[in-house]
Design a protein around this ligand. Structure first.
Ligand code: OGA
Ligand code: MN
Length: 299
């Protein structure tokens, strides 16, 4: 069966039908997925659960994978392969994490609107989140359309923000939730990174906002003004008209383009239910941060 797509809205969100993640991907199906992502920015492939190896092999068709898949430095054995990010509320023995477990507190940052890895030197292109276990209710994922949000801005705002540069750090988003007990080693691993606030999305040539809760300040702008501006833009971009809500089924793979979307996890009853999600992350290898030197010590 050849693959086909069903649009969820005219410009944002699609379902890709007829792709089996356990089989080698042929060039035409790969191109269809890339074209779909360039236009719709978020897509779901439904199926059965696949192994870690199959998920990793599928993702590698789209580029090299992110190698920094753990921010927390710990001796605890990983539950998943080093190629995958563990987006679950489970420990290494697949038990539900205690509410005050450091891994859970860190992952709670996913509840804030963000784009993946904007705080790393090489940011993320596609995130591919695969559902192994889901709670019976809630625990959705929301994705917002930052190209449509940009288009919808007043002209004077577009002019005001066109050349601004934002400073991203993982420690900024975690501090928003009061989680700040990171070691010097953890800080040293991920220094702040500068990125444009507005950019051209390489896949479509359309302009887009590039926003995340990782932003702590705007370069050459007083901290308060910069943060207020980012808050206003986040509020604008996450209006319901720009948001797709994904209601999970086991075996779903949700793919989003981090270059032109933000996403967040929705709450669920974490003390009772397991939510086992595994993320393969394709890096954006063709875009460097604005200026590493500038970023240091400017969070
Ligand atoms: C992620 C993420 C949201 C969710 O995988 O990067 O933010 O709903 N996930 O789990
Ligand atoms: Mn994320």
């Amino acid at each position: 069966m050849s693959a086909s797509i069903t649009a969820l809205t005219p410009a944002f969100g699609a379902e890709i039908i007829g792709v089996d993640l356990t089989l080698p991907l042929d060039a035409s199906t790969r191109d269809l997925i890339v074209d779909t992502m360039n236009h719709f920015a978020v897509a779901v492939i439904r199926g059965v659960t696949v192994s870690q190896d199959d998920q990793v092999a599928f993702a590698k068709n789209f580029g090299p994978l992110d190698a920094i898949n753990g921010v927390l430095q710990t001796d605890i054995k990983r539950r998943l392969s080093a190629d995958l990010v563990d987006i679950s509320n489970m420990d290494e023995q697949s038990n539900i994490l205690e509410l005050d477990d450091r891994r859970r507190l860190f992952n709670l940052g996913n509840r804030l609107w963000h784009t993946d890895s904007s705080f790393k030197r090489i940011a993320a292109k596609y995130s591919m989140l695969h559902a192994h276990a889901i709670p019976p209710v809630a625990g959705e994922t929301q994705v917002c359309d930052l190209r449509a949000a940009y288009d919808d801005l007043p002209k004077d705002m577009k002019e005001q923000i066109g050349d601004l540069v934002a400073v991203h750090s993982i420690f900024t988003s975690r501090a928003l939730l009061g989680f700040d007990n990171f070691s010097p080693e953890e800080h040293a691993l991920l220094p702040p990174i500068c990125r444009p606030l507005v950019r051209v999305h390489p896949g479509s040539g359309r302009k887009t906002l590039y926003l995340a809760s990782h932003i702590g300040r705007i370069l050459d702008c007083p901290v308060a003004e910069g943060r207020l501006l980012v808050r206003d833009l986040m509020e604008h971009a996450t209006q319901p008209k720009f948001v797709y809500t994904h209601h999970w089924r086991i075996g779903d793979t949700l793919i989003w383009d981090n270059r032109c979307t933000m996403h967040r996890a929705m709450p669920f009853d974490e003390s009772r239910f397991k939510r086992d999600m595994r993320r393969a992350t394709v890096m954006e290898t063709d875009v460097a941060p604005v200026d590493d030197q500038n970023a240091v010590a400017t969070v």
